[in-house]
Design a protein around this ligand. Structure first.
Ligand code: NAG
Ligand code: NAG
Ligand code: NAG
Ligand code: NAG
Ligand code: NAG
Ligand code: NAG
Length: 293
């Protein structure tokens, strides 16, 4: 029995060393995936018209960080003091809050974070999507200020399908003399029930900038349907950015699967180890019986 002991300590050390190397490799891999997922993909942030949105930089909290926010390569002045009344305000180490959201805030943003020496620490891209709800009475005029400079297309969801209402270069795509561009706005005159639905505005890369839910005003819904069940579906007012949530979920999936992989590696190496041990014992204790098998 004692024969195995001097011979065993070297393989044990080697196995341990191999495990450690594997662990380091795994940690490096997680870091790599984590930073790739967090850093370079644009984050999607959704806000309600009139509400607030937060662009989370998700970087270590440090005092020496200097931030710059860009919209279409134009620098936006961000108030550095959380208490100030500007619409763009820095929060925490490098987050930016946009207050009193307007439809025209629906853009791509680049957030650059530099350290005190002016060296780039991180750069994040955000797609800000704005949601709005409008309720209109029949016969009224509906003006939608959605033809932003970066808008390429307006679509309407009718019977579960998206149909083009307006495209840049072609103008109004539907044959309706009630739908016009006036004053730079997409305008529907003499509003009817058929005009209700979801309108969305896309940029040239198909990214959704604005979603407007148009409903019939409530007192009219009652008169038409004869029921008083409020149909004004309030959208989720939670101003947690969608992209961040999805990102958190992704991080958790990575963490859980990596822990799972680690456990698997440990169990397998333990099994191999144990097997080698018992094999040695079997050979030493009952060599002849083993040979006969
Ligand atoms: C937006 O921020 C302002 C100032 O921080 C706050 O007073 C207001 O309640 C916020 N609005 C929403 C919808 O969270
Ligand atoms: C589009 O409309 C259909 C019914 O007309 C509805 O079920 C669906 O949820 C709508 N989709 C969106 C994104 O509004
Ligand atoms: C919309 O434009 C069409 C022609 O382009 C015109 O005939 C119609 O009167 C206009 N409607 C309104 C409400 O301006
Ligand atoms: C849409 O109309 C409003 C006035 O009703 C105006 O202030 C706004 O500038 C118009 N939008 C564009 C893109 O011209
Ligand atoms: C508005 O629509 C109603 C019904 O669709 C129609 O009777 C009326 O003449 C329209 N008014 C205008 C100004 O187009
Ligand atoms: C809807 O009903 C209310 C009373 O319930 C009435 O005052 C209003 O004029 C009606 N509206 C229409 C458009 O018929």
């Amino acid at each position: 029995m004692a024969v195995a002991i001097p011979g065993r300590s070297a393989p044990v050390q080697r196995t341990l060393f191999r495990c450690l190397k594997l662990l380091l490799l795994l940690i490096y891999f997680i870091n790599y995936i984590g930073s790739a997922a967090a850093g370079n993909t644009p984050r999607h942030v959704t806000g309600e018209e009139g509400g607030n949105a937060t662009l989370l930089c998700e970087f270590e909290a440090r005092d020496d960080l200097d931030i710059a926010l860009f919209r279409q390569s134009k620098k936006i002045i961000v108030c550095q003091n959380e208490e100030c009344s500007e619409r763009f305000v820095k929060k925490g180490a490098c987050d930016v809050i946009i207050k009193g959201l307007r439809l025209s805030d629906a853009r791509r943003y680049i957030l650059r974070v530099n350290n005190a020496d002016g060296q780039r620490e991180v750069e994040r891209e955000f797609h800000l999507h704005i949601q709005d709800e409008i309720s209109v009475k029949t016969g009224e005029q509906l003006k939608m200020d959605v033809l932003l400079i970066n808008a390429d297309k307006v679509e309407k969801n009718s019977s579960g399908e998206w149909t083009e209402v307006w495209t840049r270069g072609h103008g109004v795509r539907v044959s309706s003399d009630r739908l016009n561009i006036s004053d730079g706005n997409l305008t529907i005159s003499n509003f009817t029930v058929s005009d209700t639905g979801t309108y969305r505005v896309l940029d040239s890369e198909g990214e959704i900038l604005i979603t407007v839910t148009v409903t019939l005003r409530e007192d009219q819904i009652r008169n038409i349907s004869g029921s008083s069940s409020g149909t004004k579906g309030k959208l989720d007012t939670d101003d947690t950015p969608d992209g961040t949530e999805a990102h958190t979920v992704a991080s958790w999936i990575i963490v859980v699967s990596v822990i799972g992989a680690l456990l698997l590696v440990l169990v397998i190496s333990a099994l191999i180890w144990k097997n080698r041990d018992t094999d040695q014992k079997v050979y030493q204790d009952v060599p002849t019986k083993d040979m006969n098998m």
